[in-house]
Design a binder for this molecule. Structure first.
Ligand SMILES: *Cc1c(COP(=O)(O)O)cnc(C)c1O
Length: 229
């Protein structure tokens, strides 16, 4: 390892700020979600000590252990992995956000299991845009408005926005086109009256293209923690 997490975290924050300037986004309008899947609780604690508060995870069982271990740090936990219906109870109890809601049934179950003592669970709808062969999950676009409407009426859920994962192989211009399509769907929902404030898009290798097209939250793993093994 040539760089450590501290240097890499600062480099990522610099990339975000540079992209905000380059693409005329208000300074500080793009948040950073540190994707800590497969990383140890100790590594997460190191990054938290540098000021990073929000962490994204894909694998429920390993994350529940880490959440318990790091309870005292009061971190914000985002679930970003694919969701099986029998996992919604633990997700609703232990996470603050879920980015990967891809069907109504999952939102209904998260709503049902969200404890009354906690604020409503923040969710994003994960979209299936149609040209991401690497992405198996996602809501079909034809269902978007209807599902959004039904989800917006669930009392223990707060619909915050949309999430998408771009095709990992495409060129920057194609990426911008991809992210622009997601942004337009978001804008359409907002003009239909949904109160959305989150566009979760952009990862280590395409955060600039995502920020150019309106991302408000980039999900960064490798560029902070190094290659996953
Ligand atoms: C792993 C993962 C990321 C982070 O990807 P990197 O390329 O390591 O930055 C972001 N979003 C989702 C949904 C992921 O599964």
């Amino acid at each position: 390892m040539t760089l450590d997490c501290s240097e890499r975290l600062h480099a990522v924050m610099a990339r975000i700020r540079t992209a905000e300037v380059q693409f005329q986004r208000p300074l500080g309008s793009v948040g950073l979600l540190a994707v800590s899947k497969t990383q140890s609780a100790a590594t997460i604690a190191t990054v938290a000590a540098l000021g990073q508060r929000s962490f994204g995870e894909n694998y429920l069982q390993e994350t529940l252990i880490k959440i318990t271990e790091l309870y005292d740090l009061n971190l914000e936990w985002h679930f970003i992995g694919s969701i099986q219906a029998n996992k919604t109870r633990d997700i609703a109890k232990r996470f603050d956000w879920v980015h990967s809601v891809d069907r109504l049934k999952i939102a209904e179950r998260l709503n049902m299991h969200r404890p009354n003592g906690l604020p409503p669970l923040n969710i994003c709808l994960q979209l299936k845009m149609g040209n991401e062969p690497n992405v198996k999950h996602g809501l079909d676009l034809v269902d978007l408005s209807l599902v959004a409407k039904k989800i917006a009426s669930l009392p223990r859920i707060r619909l915050r926005g949309l999430m998408a994962i771009s095709n990992s192989t495409s060129e920057c211009a194609n990426k911008r086109e991809f992210f622009a399509r997601v942004r337009k769907l978001h804008e359409r929902l907002v003009s239909d009256g949904f109160r959305l404030d989150t566009l979760s898009m952009g990862m280590s290798n395409d955060l600039e293209a995502a920020i150019a097209e309106g991302s408000t939250l980039v999900r960064i793993g490798t560029a902070i923690f190094g290659q996953r093994f």
